[in-house]
Design a protein around this ligand. Structure first.
Ligand code: ZN
Length: 84
């Protein structure tokens, strides 16, 4: 069975592979979008849709990830995620 994760924006549970994973790497403290399996750290998950991305850009991820990333930097990281 696939693991379900909760979207940090809308609160809906979805299979992990249907969500964008945002990880704060524990060693470097870097924010990594869709990290590989070797990246460990605190993570939040987010739906692949504009609404949820916009919600997260408004709310920020600083609290759940215990980071201090600006809205612009977060937007830059997430910008590529909707284009396919
Ligand atoms: Zn969502």
């Amino acid at each position: 069975m696939k693991k379900s994760r909760k979207c940090v924006a809308c609160g809906v549970f979805k299979p992990q592979d249907e969500l964008i994973r945002i990880t704060k790497e524990s060693k470097s403290g870097n924010i990594v979008i869709q990290p590989d399996s070797k990246t460990f750290g605190r993570s939040v998950y987010l739906c692949y849709n504009e609404n949820c991305i916009n919600t997260v850009l408004k709310k920020g991820i600083n609290k759940p990830l215990k980071v201090n990333i600006s809205r612009e930097d977060l937007k830059g990281l997430l910008d590529g995620q909707l284009k396919s």
